[in-house]
Design a protein around this ligand. Structure first.
Ligand code: GTP
Length: 602
């Protein structure tokens, strides 16, 4: 194979616009899989993806295709559609020269179409605008072409129309991939240098990597090293992914291949694998750092499972480089970890994978966004004067007296909605403390609204609420907009007078009373009745803002006594009261695990 016959591309689209279905068709047409496996969605390999019907992990497949009697190697990198996984999209574009931008010919341009388009533009990728689902009776290709023209200035003549489901137009699409997307611009003659775009763990072979070869070539048995350390390694495994492994002996610059250096071979995303002769100081490709938007604690269901869970989290984190893992401990839950995620869906998918792939059961605490505080120069903490710290766990928020300024993370949210819902969407955004930016028309029916919103108001359930108030017609995506000054306090939850660390939250002062009431009421509903009375309080700086009482089961210990013996009766009641006190003093209240995650949902 020559580099002029290699094309590296991915499919980007709004969620459900048909990426996985198209990937299946491409694999069929190139003979990689047998036709007729309609719901196979071969690239959605993980169980969680099948269950949720979303693509989580970017997977690559090398396809052979003959065009004008020339053999081409097309490397497809499948990418996930959800906002939470935007970093996987970013990562895969580092190896691509072009993208197929799929737009549902029925739904038209959506918020994520805007996001993936700007991502492709920023990375100078060739965009092949493609309308999908043209088989649907309500598809309106001309309308959507006009939208593409008004929003992105795309020439309607350059737009392809396909049906991934029926297999229409797939050949033309592959030819467009060959003719419109440039060959990889790489140095075929130089020393071997490859950029790692994915890693995963294999039971027998250790860490395996997906690598994009930027220069030179690589062979099995070749001596290599990682940019991150200078220890020598040898390439042990080399394969094309189709998407099943096909072992090869050699790969050249421009290819995307699987590489493994054996059990102690190392490797991580963003690192580079180099020829052992290559100087260490050449400029590295940098993958932009991941922004963690949501943090939560994860604890083993039982402390004896700590080592197993630790092992599983490590392995999963290797495959999901977007998570940040630090050890954590909690009085109620023991030793665990504080984990940073890209969003709530990412958090849910991570824990589901932990359960399904590693059979590890974990307790999750309430999620929170990271906050920033600027410290005062109070006597005790003089050395910190003016210093800014990021608080990822509400429990670690310094005392209010020592804080000069609070900041919370904001995002720019893009919403594309039918015009009849503009009123409802506007009230939602204002209610979530949003500030409007100028709106623009997508066409005569659809409008694009943009708001600067606090991330904390977005991560929990903004998307679900937006969908429900617009009958599912509005779409949403967000981009980071940095930290803004804010008026914040920490609200603690006391259960029978005991602080439950895991339930502390940082809230905006305008939301304080509302949140205090909501949280206590919800806890009252969620905590099962106990043998003792349970007092639930929301407290800020020692002041109680809301209180709920969960009545005890009444156990009538005197029922068996027939009136009469007053002293005996008193004694029994006293014993029972002491029993309650004992229970209370150890605060032995059973809180269901789901409470920690569910209680913060609206
Ligand atoms: P994510 O991975 O979650 O982002 O979704 P996706 O973009 O990969 O979408 P997927 O391929 O799962 O398709 C979403 C739905 O649209 C599925 O029910 C498909 O069967 C359907 N679909 C995909 N392509 C077509 C098409 O050309 N025509 C019709 N009628 N339906 C299609």
């Amino acid at each position: 194979i020559e580099v002029s016959r290699i094309r590296n591309f991915s499919i980007v689209a709004h969620v459900d616009h048909g990426k996985s279905t198209l990937a299946d068709r491409l694999l069929e047409l190139t003979g990689t899989i047998k036709p007729g496996t309609e719901h196979a969605q071969v690239l959605d390999q993980l169980q969680v993806e099948r269950e949720r019907g979303i693509t989580v992990k970017a997977v690559t497949a090398s396809l052979n295709y003959t065009y004008n009697n020339e053999k081409y190697l097309l490397n497809l990198i499948d990418t996930p559609g959800h906002v939470d996984f935007a970093n996987e999209v970013v990562r895969s574009v580092t190896a691509c020269q072009g993208v197929i931008m799929l737009v549902d010919a029925n739904e038209g341009v959506q918020a994520q179409t805007v996001a993936v388009h700007s991502l492709a533009k920023r990375n100078n990728l060739t965009i092949i605008p493609t309308l999908n689902k043209v088989d649907l009776p309500r598809a309106d290709p001309d309308k959507v072409k006009a939208q593409l023209n008004s929003v992105f200035k795309i020439d309607p003549k350059s737009v392809l129309s396909i049906s991934a489901k029926k297999g229409w137009g797939i050949q033309e699409l592959l030819e467009a991939v060959i003719c419109r997307i440039p060959q990889p611009s790489v140095d075929s003659k130089g020393y071997f240098k490859a950029h790692i775009i994915d890693t995963w763990h294999d039971k027998y072979r250790g860490i395996l990597c997906l690598a994009y070869i930027q220069s030179g070539k690589v062979q099995v048995g070749q001596a290599v090293k990682w940019r991150s350390d200078s220890k020598p390694h040898v390439v042990k495994f080399l394969a094309l992914l189709r998407p099943n492994e096909e072992p090869i002996d050699e790969a050249i610059a421009g290819q995307v291949v699987m590489v493994g250096c054996g059990p102690r071979g190392g490797g991580s995303v963003g690192d580079q694998l180099l020829d052992k002769e290559l100087a260490q100081n050449e400029d590295a490709v940098t993958v932009s750092p991941v922004k963690h938007m949501v943090y939560a604690g994860i604890f083993p269901a039982d402390q004896s499972q700590h080592p197993t869970l630790n092992d599983s989290i490590k392995k999963l984190a290797l495959n999901d480089y977007a998570v940040a893992v630090t050890p954590d401990s909690s009085p109620a839950l023991g030793q665990g970890w504080r984990i940073g995620f890209l969003g709530l869906l990412h958090l849910e998918v991570f824990t589901q994978r932990l359960l399904q792939e590693y059979k590890a059961e974990a307790i999750l605490t309430a999620p929170s966004v990271p906050y920033k505080v600027k410290l005062k120069g109070a006597k005790a903490i003089k050395q910190y004067k003016g210093e800014e710290i990021i608080v990822t766990n509400p429990v670690h928020l310094p005392d209010a007296n020592n804080i000069e300024e609070y900041y919370e993370p904001f995002v720019i949210g893009t919403i594309i909605t039918p015009v009849e819902y503009i009123g409802a969407v506007t009230s939602l955004c204002i209610d979530r403390r949003g500030t409007p930016l100028p709106a623009s028309a997508v066409d005569d029916r659809m409008t694009m609204l943009q708001y600067v919103l606090p991330l904390s108001e977005v991560v929990i359930d903004f998307h679900d609420t937006l969908k429900s108030i617009t009958s599912g017609f509005a779409s949403f995506d967000y981009q980071d907009h940095g930290f803004h000054p804010s008026s914040l306090v920490r609200m603690d939850i006391l259960i029978n007078g005991m602080l439950v660390d895991e339930l502390s939250t940082i809230v905006h002062t305008s939301r304080l009373e509302y949140n205090a009431r909501r949280l206590t009421e919800k806890l009252k509903e969620m905590i099962p009745r106990q043998m003792v009375q349970v007092a639930i309080q929301a407290v800020v700086n020692g002041k109680v803002f809301a209180r709920e009482t969960l009545k005890a089961y009444r156990k009538d210990v005197t029922a068996k006594l027939y009136g009469g013996d007053v002293t005996r009766r008193k004694k029994l009641l006293k014993q029972q009261a002491e029993g309650k006190k004992k229970m209370r003093s150890v605060a032995n209240i059973r809180i269901p695990r789901d409470t920690f995650i569910d209680v913060l949902k609206r």
